[in-house]
Write a protein that binds this ligand. Sequence first.
Ligand SMILES: NC(=O)C1=CN([C@@H]2O[C@H](COP(=O)(O)OP(=O)(O)OC[C@H]3O[C@@H](n4cnc5c(N)ncnc54)[C@H](O)[C@@H]3O)[C@@H](O)[C@H]2O)C=CC1
Ligand SMILES: CC(C)CC(=O)C(=O)O
Ligand SMILES: [Mg+2]
Length: 352
Amino acid sequence: MSRVISLAVIPGDGIGPEVVTEGLKVLDTVTDGGDVAFEKTTFSLGATRYLETGDTLTDDDLAAVSRHDAILLGAVGGTPGDPRLAGANIERGLLLKLRFSLDHYVNLRPSVLHPGVSSPLADPGSIDFVVVREGTEGPYVGNGGSIRQGTQHEVANEVSVNTAYGVERVVRHAFGVASARPRKHLTLVHKTNVLVFAGGIWKRVVDEVAAEFPEVTVDYLHVDAATIFLVTNPARFDVIVTDNLFGDILTDLAAAISGGIGLAASGNINPDGRFPSMFEPVHGSAPDIAGKGIADPTAAILSVALLLDHLGLTDAAARVQAAVAADIAERGEATRSTSEIGTAISDRIRAH
Ligand SMILES: NC(=O)C1=CN([C@@H]2O[C@H](COP(=O)(O)OP(=O)(O)OC[C@H]3O[C@@H](n4cnc5c(N)ncnc54)[C@H](O)[C@@H]3O)[C@@H](O)[C@H]2O)C=CC1
Ligand SMILES: CC(C)CC(=O)C(=O)O
Ligand SMILES: [Mg+2]
């Protein structure tokens, strides 16, 4: 064995553990007999753990997770509105704390309409784009507050933070992604007509960095118009760069048009390599279907492919992607369980 990779596994809540099981099944298959071994440590973190212990992500948890080469996460969070979780804020206290502490400033979310997948769009054309979502700033940083809370005179704010440092590094990364793709096109999505300060910095930085990438063509869309074109002409997109909030929303829409949220994978990347990057499906813990064995594990499996690619294991990543594409192509209308899908994809990898 020439290389050992330490992997922190955070199955999380709801369907998280169900889809992570299938992701690991595929990871074990694709690395079986090779010269790379994954040494996995499972971390019990999430709403379930919070309800049992009152802990969300302690300093010790964070330090322990950080010591790994990479992280695979299922999903965290309980049923929206569950009063027992009202004070916990699992999403901010766990998921965002991980992304911020590990400096995951690139949130990479590819969307591809695979052959055989039915899109809700009448005429989707070709869908093959990647959203580069900023991962450590924007309105998600917790820069807000409320006065007179709970009264009729309450005033609440949630301020979007956009630093020149933070915007520039993610924009430069997005140009690099665009430059490496055949179409070499980048679309900035924001709302510069109204959010003049936040939008202004994004527009200025994109214009400046564009000069370093003359091979990349650039355009701009307001986020509301971007939602129109994602539905009417998704083929126009190659790389989208946008802030944390717009990227969150647009990537659920991107998933929906390209076959569903069960297929959408993502990577929270620390490009500098100072911290482990974290790979996870775009979807959440889906409490409405948890425990039924019907969640689609494909997004988690494709997240494993992104993880392998990030670690430089490009052959293994390509084998997982090919097996997923083949499985999707032959899916048809048949209903299979979460485990059956994971096993079918593993079997395809083994057979090739
Ligand atoms: N990265 C994470 O850990 C995320 C966590 N959340 C949390 O997850 C919980 C539920 O959030 P929701 O807004 O309901 O979003 P969700 O993504 O969990 O579910 C939205 C809809 O998509 C369906 N769905 C999701 N994943 C699926 C899969 N793999 N196969 C088939 N159907 C799937 C669900 O059944 C539901 O109908 C909340 O606590 C939320 O905060 C939400 C998004 C991301
Ligand atoms: C807690 C949220 C930021 C999670 C989410 O919806 C996402 O990252 O897509
Ligand atoms: Mg989201």
